[in-house]
Design a protein around this ligand. Structure first.
Ligand code: BES
Ligand code: ZN
Ligand code: ZN
Length: 491
């Protein structure tokens, strides 16, 4: 479902037009209006008085003489407008076009020197258009009717602007990588095994010039990765540790390391999850998928940066060979983990990945994980939880989130909490001692393995799936590929 965004000074003959309109705007004053033919203009003038653009509803105008469609998409109040609102309006437009079976439409790009006529703004517009054009249909046969997807969007402007064009181009790349991340997360656990995830990373990244090295069980054994190996023990699927290197920055520049949780299915292990909680746990590799596709975005954007991606991939299963509550695992760092709950498996595999990251002498390590249900309880489903050791990283990541739509909100990371994850028979316990502050306990646990570099932890459990009213297909939301791509561009 790729979308081409093409650039023109006038729309193709009879192509459907999308009018984005602020509350109170006059349709007849819209910059695309004069591209309508005389009869169409008359028709629009006749019906426009019935319009009120306060809601989110798209109005579809059907030109009686020419059968051309004009979609009027409300932008809300001009004073309240933002990049995020523009992104949402773009999704609404694309979804409305798809519903109308429109495969091509044109919209107007203003180039009059306004504050929003920037590359970043149009990157958001394009990425959201692409995200709204996605549906997880790999497993559907559509005996009746296949869904329609938009194939081309024409950007119409008086004077094509190179910066905006570049924004649109980048937005398409970031949107496509977000969608491939969603596709990966949505893939059922039976098909998305640790090996399948590794194979996908190789296929997606090698052609882009990213080195991909997949560590086998034997290699992990010799590295002493008792965390990854411990969690993997209950599954028939062998674990994989995916190492991706994109070194296009200066030789001496320290890399940014991205670490993603790659639990391809999380049953909870012997601390088996109840049915309702198991349901979406094939998406427990969403952090890993986001890391793989943020790297793909970086490579396609040809960033001159050194970037490393690490994804420990395991399946968390109950069986006769599962790791048990009470087991003590020796991690690559040398520290031991006392397993209090086999369902807190993400932090156990990430401990080894955070240690492995040290070998790159990183300038920054960012881990991305569907780590805790508690983060969802704390924040709802709109913001991922952000934990970091440095205030300026907190500010930077909140800004990347606000600019791209991959929202993040800080929770405390303080040494006071370390007491709560101290082990009795091992160094660190993989679960807190009370039922409070679960997201913080997860973060503080990871911190014990991330003390040698600047570090950001994103608990993306809140943003694992799309929600009602986001104008996105059901299923994986693709967070935080957009944030990571922006971060890699700017940091
Ligand atoms: N993968 C889950 C967290 C999760 C829950 C992600 C819901 C997305 C949606 C994680 O491995 C887990 O089970 N965490 C436990 C930790 C607890 C046992 C300390 C949790 O959150 O309950
Ligand atoms: Zn779990
Ligand atoms: Zn999990």
């Amino acid at each position: 479902m790729p979308i081409r965004i093409t650039s023109h000074t006038k729309p193709a003959e009879r192509i459907p037009l999308v009018f984005f309109l602020f509350s109170g705007d006059d349709i007849a004053a819209h910059s695309l209006f004069h591209f309508l033919d005389r009869g169409e203009q008359e028709y629009v003038r006749k019906v426009k008085k019935d319009f009120d653009f306060k809601g989110k509803e798209v109005r579809v105008l059907f030109m009686p003489d020419t059968a051309r469609k004009v979609l009027c998409v409300p932008l809300g109040k001009k004073e309240d407008f933002s990049a995020i609102k523009a992104g949402l309006a773009t999704r609404i437009a694309v979804q409305a076009a798809r519903k109308e079976k429109i495969k091509k439409f044109a919209f107007w790009v203003s180039t009059t020197g306004g504050a929003r006529e920037t590359r970043d703004f149009y990157e958001v517009v394009a990425s959201n258009a692409v995200m709204a054009n996605f549906e997880f249909i790999k497993y559907k046969t559509f005996p009746d009717e296949k869904p329609t997807f938009v194939e081309e969007i024409q950007a119409i402007w008086r004077v094509p602007n190179a910066d905006i064009q570049e924004g649109l181009r980048r937005g398409v790349i970031v949107g496509e990588e977000t969608n491939t991340c969603r596709e990966l997360s949505n893939t059922p656990g039976g098909d998305m095994t640790p090996q399948a995830l590794a194979t996908h990373a190789e296929k997606a990244l090698r052609p882009l010039g990213v080195k991909v090295n997949v560590l086998s069980e034997g290699k992990m054994n010799s590295l002493g990765m008792g965390g990854v190996l411990g969690v993997a023990r209950g599954s028939d699927e062998p674990p994989r540790f995916i190492v991706m290197e994109y070194m296009k920055g200066a030789k001496k520049e320290k890399p940014v390391v991205l670490v993603g949780k790659g639990v391809t299915f999380d049953t909870g292990g012997l601390n088996l999850k109840p049915s309702a909680s198991i349901y979406e746990m094939h998406m427990d590799m969403s952090g890993g998928a986001a890391v793989i596709h943020a790297m793909a975005a970086a490579a396609r954007l040809k960033l001159k940066k050194n970037i490393v991606g690490l994804v420990p991939a395991v399946e968390n299963m109950p069986s006769g060979s599962s790791y048990r509550p009470g087991d003590v695992l020796k991690t690559m760092s040398g520290k031991t983990i006392e397993v209090l709950d086999t369902d807190a498996e993400g932090r156990v595999i990430l401990a080894d990945a955070l240690t492995y990251a040290k070998k790159y002498n990183p300038s920054l390590v960012v881990d991305v994980a569907t780590l805790t249900g508690a983060a969802v309880i704390a924040l709802g489903q709109r913001y991922s939880a952000l934990f970091t050791t440095e205030k300026k990283l907190e500010d930077a990541f909140r800004k990347f989130g606000d600019e791209t739509g991959d929202l993040v909100w800080p929770l405390p990371l303080s040494a006071d909490y370390e007491e709560d994850v101290r082990g009795t028979f091992g160094d660190v316990a993989n679960s807190g001692k009370t039922r409070y502050g679960g997201a913080i306990n997860g973060a503080v646990f990871l911190w014990q393995f991330a003390k040698d570099y600047p570090w950001v932890h994103l608990d993306i459990a809140p943003r694992m799936t799309s929600i009602e009213g986001e104008y996105l297909a059901k299923g994986a939301a693709g967070a935080p590929v957009r944030l990571l791509a922006r971060m890699l561009e700017e940091i």
